[in-house]
Write a protein that binds this ligand. Structure first.
Ligand code: SF4
Length: 223
């Protein structure tokens, strides 16, 4: 497995190619949690459509909590897995209301990141990736969510053992990547996975990280 100094060299090389992403405008943490649940197992386009359809049908979260699962499923159907996601969203809203008396997660910003992360993990259907996205994007907290691109790219780079699962990847990568570079690393590793380190036929001959990569690509012989 790679040392942190190697990881930093790769992050620097990716930053040179893809740039240093500017922090996004922060969003409401509960909006972000629901939006991230809607993004599970679907494309960005479909999940954005489902979120805006839901907001149009129910402008506030109390309205969603008071609605039936069927009606919510109907509102979010463009995002796929509507029945599963509607039940999940209502169950999370119910848990927050029971715990806090109001439908808001803004109070989480006052907790240490680890505690905020653990609180989010207590909800059904919320794993390290979903919790990490809410912390990183909505709350600007240090978290390193691992999506399918990051999982593939970091395995090829040799940052993870071959048999690592998603939870192990989350723990190992969170320790390996400097926390002040989580945001940049998350976005640039995804950019790398989309542009060059694709699932099939990765373009190793154009890759800025090739000098530090352990992936055996037959095409690399000509590099
Ligand atoms: S050298 Fe190839 S396998 Fe390694 S990170 Fe680059 S594109 Fe991916």
């Amino acid at each position: 497995l790679r040392r942190r100094s190697t990881v930093i060299k790769v992050l620097d090389a990716l930053a040179e190619r893809y740039g240093i992403p500017k922090p996004r405008h922060r969003s409401d943490p509960l909006d972000s949690l629901v939006a991230t649940i809607l993004s599970q197992n679907t494309s960005d386009v479909n999940s954005h459509r489902a979120f805006s359809d839901l907001k149009e049908a129910y402008p506030d979260w109390d309205g969603v909590l008071a609605a039936t699962d069927d009606r919510i499923a109907d509102a979010i159907k463009r995002g796929g897995l509507a029945n599963q996601k509607s039940a999940r969203i209502r169950s999370i809203l119910g848990a927050i209301k029971a715990d806090r008396g109001e439908l808001s997660l803004k109070w989480l910003t006052g907790l240490p990141p680890d505690q905020a992360h653990q609180y989010l993990l207590s909800f059904p259907g919320v794993g390290n990736k979903t919790a990490g996205c809410v912390l990183l994007f909505a709350m600007g907290m240090p978290a390193f969510p691992v999506d399918t691109h990051i999982f593939r790219v970091t395995k090829r780079l040799g940052w993870l053992p071959e048999k690592a699962d998603a939870d192990k990847a989350h723990n190992l990568l969170s320790g390996l990547i400097p926390s002040n570079r989580y945001y940049e690393a998350h976005l640039n590793l995804i950019a790398q996975g989309r542009a060059l380190c694709r699932p099939r036929n990765p373009a190793c001959d154009q890759c800025p990280a090739i000098n530090w990569c352990g992936f055996e690509n037959p095409k690399r012989k000509s590099v």
